[in-house]
Design a protein around this ligand. Structure first.
Ligand code: FES
Ligand SMILES: [Fe+2]
Length: 401
C-alpha cells in the first residue's frame, strides 16, 4: 500500500484558530491600525543587498503603506543605510526614482546636497539663511539592517525588537543560501485586493490543484499525496514556512523535456538532481524530504519567500489601501554556465510567470466579494496553517499599545 504523506507541524500552533473574521479586516479603521502598528513598527524587507553590490550604489524604493519613498545607499565605507527620500530644505523628493551610483545626492529644486551617508554636504547661497544648524540637517534616516541578502528597515523611532529578534528562529537558518544568484525577472502589478487576501493566496498549497491545474498540473501530488498535503509546516514568532513535496511520477511536457535535458533542473529538482544531495542550510527543506519541490515561507508581514534547489523568489505585498495592494515579484537563479542552463531558466521563468498570474487573478474576486459585507468569517484548514499564523500575528501586533 502506498504511504500517504502526513504533515509534521512544528512550532506552537495551539492558539491558531481556523475561523477568521474578514469583515472587520475590510474596514478602513482596521486597515489604518495595521499600517500604524505593523508597517510603521515592524521590520520590513525593502530590497536585496545584491541590488546595490558596490560602494556608492543606491536605489529608491516606494513604501506604499507609509506613503513615503526611501533612498537605500551603500556608502563609501560599504555600509548600507536608508533615508527618507526628502530634501531637508522644503521636502522635495531628492532622487526622483531608479538606481545608480552616487557619492552625493543633489536636490533638483534649489541644489542642496547630501553625502550618501546622509550628512548634509552643502547649502546653495548659504548666507541668505538664518536660523539653521547644518549639523541637524542631514537626511532623515530610517533604521536599516541586512540579513543574508535582504535589506530591512524599521520606521519606528526606537524599534521594539532587533531584526534578529523579529526574525526569531529563522535568523541563523539560511546562511549563504541566497548568495551567488542572479535576478532573472521582476513583475509588478497593482491589484484591487486587500493585502491580507493577496498574501493568502500565495502561502498555502490547497489551491494548487484547482487554480494551477492547467499550468502545473502534476508537479505536486501523485498517488502518495493526492490531497497535496505539506510534509512539513512550521510556525515561529510571527512567520511561517512549509515544504512542498513533488510528484515523483510527474510527466514532463515535450517542451519541458527539451528545456531540462541537460541544464540543472529548476523544477522539480529531485533525482537526478536530488535535493538531498545539496548542501542546504537547516532552514531550507528542513525535513530533508527526498522528493522536495520547494519551500514556501511568509516573512511577516508582507513577503512570500520561495526557496528551491536552484532558485528562489520573493514576492512583496505592499498595502496601498484597504482594497488596493502593490505586488512585486522577483525571481533569482543560479549563475548559468551553458546554453542549456539558459534554456532551463528561460523555460522556468515563463512557466512561473503564468502561475503568478493565476494567483493574482483570484485575489481581486475575493476582495470584491468580501467588500459586499455578506460574509463575515472565512475558514482555514490545517493545511492553511500559515494563514492562521498570519492573522494571529496581525492581531497580536495591532493589539500592542
Ligand atoms: S527643496 Fe531641496 S533644495 Fe530646496
Ligand atoms: Fe498559487
Amino acid at each position: 500500500m502506498t504511504e500517504v504523506t502526513t504533515t509534521r507541524f512544528v512550532g506552537d500552533t495551539s492558539g491558531l484558530g481556523g475561523c477568521v473574521n474578514m469583515l472587520q479586516r475590510m474596514q478602513p479603521e482596521f486597515f489604518q491600525r495595521e499600517v500604524d502598528r505593523i508597517f510603521r513598527r515592524g521590520w520590513l524587507l525593502v530590497a536585496c543587498d545584491s541590488d546595490i553590490p558596490e560602494k556608492n550604489d543606491y536605489l529608491c524604493r516606494e513604501i506604499p503603506p507609509l506613503k513615503t519613498s526611501l533612498i537605500i545607499a551603500r556608502g563609501g565605507d560599504g555600509k548600507v543605510r536608508a533615508f527618507h527620500n526628502m530634501c531637508r530644505h522644503r521636502a522635495n523628493k531628492l532622487v526622483p526614482e531608479g538606481r545608480g551610483q552616487a557619492r552625493a545626492f543633489v536636490c533638483g529644486f534649489h541644489g542642496w546636497s547630501y553625502h550618501n551617508d546622509g550628512r548634509l554636504a552643502g547649502i546653495t547661497d548659504r548666507g541668505q539663511f538664518t536660523d539653521i544648524d547644518e549639523a541637524t540637517l542631514g537626511l532623515l534616516s530610517v533604521h536599516c539592517e541586512v540579513w543574508e541578502d535582504f535589506i530591512f528597515v524599521n520606521f519606528d523611532k526606537e524599534p521594539r525588537e532587533t531584526l534578529e529578534e523579529w526574525l526569531g528562529s529563522m535568523y541563523g537558518q539560511y546562511r549563504g543560501f541566497f548568495n551567488g544568484r542572479r535576478k532573472i525577472a521582476t513583475h509588478e502589478i497593482t491589484v484591487d485586493a486587500n493585502w491580507n487576501v493577496a498574501i493568502n493566496s500565495f502561502t498555502e498549497g490547497y489551491h494548487a490543484l484547482f487554480v494551477h491545474k492547467a499550468t502545473v498540473p502534476d508537479y505536486q501530488g501523485g498517488s502518495g499525496n493526492p490531497d497535496r498535503h505539506r510534509p512539513y509546516m512550521e510556525v515561529t514568532n510571527y512567520h511561517g514556512r512549509y515544504s512542498v513535496e513533488g510528484n515523483p511520477n510527474h510527466k514532463p511536457t515535450k517542451v519541458e523535456g527539451i528545456a531540462y535535458q541537460r541544464g540543472r533542473k529548476m523544477y522539480p529538482t529531485f533525482p537526478p538532481n536530488a535535493a538531498v544531495e545539496l548542501d542546504l542550510p537547516s532552514g531550507v527543506n528542513a525535513l530533508r524530504i527526498e522528493n522536495w519541490l520547494h519551500d514556501v515561507g511568509e516573512v511577516f508581514p508582507n513577503i512570500m519567500l520561495v526557496c528551491s534547489a536552484h532558485w528562489h523568489s520573493l514576492v512583496w505585498f505592499w498595502p496601498i489601501d484597504v482594497d488596493k495592494t502593490f505586488v512585486r515579484a522577483e525571481m533569482f537563479v543560479y549563475e548559468p554556465e551553458t546554453v542549456d542552463d539558459h534554456m532551463c531558466q528561460t523555460y522556468f521563468r515563463t512557466r512561473l510567470r503564468e502561475v503568478f498570474r493565476e494567483d493574482v487573478a483570484v485575489i481581486e474576486a475575493i476582495t470584491r466579494q468580501l467588500k459586499s459585507g455578506v460574509m463575515e468569517n472565512i475558514y482555514l484548514s490545517k493545511q492553511e496553517m500559515l494563514l492562521r499564523k498570519h492573522y494571529a500575528a496581525v492581531d497580536e501586533l495591532i493589539a500592542r499599545p
